[in-house]
Design a protein around this ligand. Structure first.
Ligand code: XBP
Ligand code: MG
Length: 251
């Protein structure tokens, strides 16, 4: 039995399906605004997700797909400007209500709050994007549900490095065994496991074929009474949805 104190959530792909219809579209709009003819298709974006972090992803794309591109200014500044424009576009997309929460997220957050569990976020995405997503999917007050929102460049090495999880553990003064992490990707799982954190993975179209060895549970999603999940790895739980009480209990 784990003495659970806190839940730590990844954002992109875990709280909401942000990548294909959110971040990818925002990148393409920023490229268009900058007069670039780059177009990240759904499948190309799947390859680019090999690199976490929006700025890092643009650098990776330049190296792999546009090696002869000559930026009009210092490449780091150029990428930072493109990324800032992309962040604006992402916020507009979520403000239009186009990025719904994944099944079970709202239910789980509300039940965790009612059980006085501590909540945190650990993401490689930029902070303004996380705040906009929370505001437009769960309401502005939901930002205060999270004791720590660890995001973006707050640590230098992004997932799969464990730094963001060590940062959260340090700030919250928690032991890994007192926490439960929710992730959607192999990178995220690696980051959490390297910090010693038990992790539940909810897969999505971009991540469903990845290796999730070491996860406590791998689920299609967290599920709802009328939208049952499937368990892909781990012990069968006799319910249509993931419920804290079926796995772990606060002491
Ligand atoms: C999320 C990411 C981020 C987003 C874009 O990974 O990789 O790069 O795609 O975010 P994770 P920014 O879910 O593992 O944290 O453009 O805001 O960096
Ligand atoms: Mg993720």
């Amino acid at each position: 039995m784990i003495e659970l104190q806190a839940l730590i959530f990844d954002v992109d792909g875990t709280i909401a399906e942000t990548e294909r219809d959110g971040h990818r579209v925002a990148f393409n709009r920023a490229f268009q605004d900058a007069g670039l003819n780059w177009d990240w298709s759904v499948s190309l974006y799947g390859e680019l997700l090999a690199v976490s972090g929006g700025k890092e992803r643009i650098h990776f794309y330049l190296q792999q797909y546009e090696p002869n591109f000559a930026p009009p200014q210092d490449v780091d500044e150029f990428v930072a400007q493109l990324h800032a424009a992309k962040t604006q576009h992402f916020q507009k997309i979520v403000a239009e209500g186009r990025i719904p929460l994944r099944p079970g997220i709202k239910r789980l957050l509300e039940s965790a709050k009612s059980e006085d569990l501590r909540l945190a976020i650990a993401t490689t995405a930029a902070l303004p994007n996380v705040l906009a997503l929370l505001e437009h999917s769960l309401g502005k007050e939901s930002i205060s549900w999270f004791e720590i929102i660890a995001a973006g460049d707050i640590v230098p090495a992004k997932k799969p490095a464990p730094d963001i999880y060590f940062y959260v553990l340090e700030k919250m003064q928690l032991k890994p065994s007192e926490c439960l992490v929710f992730e959607d990707s192999q990178h995220g799982l690696q980051a959490a496991l390297q910090a010693g954190l038990p992790t539940i993975v909810t897969v999505n179209d971009y991540t469903k074929n990845q290796d999730f060895s070491g996860a406590t549970l791998v689920l299609t999603h967290l599920g709802e009474e009328d939208d049952p999940y499937q368990i892909l790895l781990g012990e069968r739980i006799n319910s249509n949805y993931f419920d804290l009480n079926s796995l772990v209990r606060k002491p």
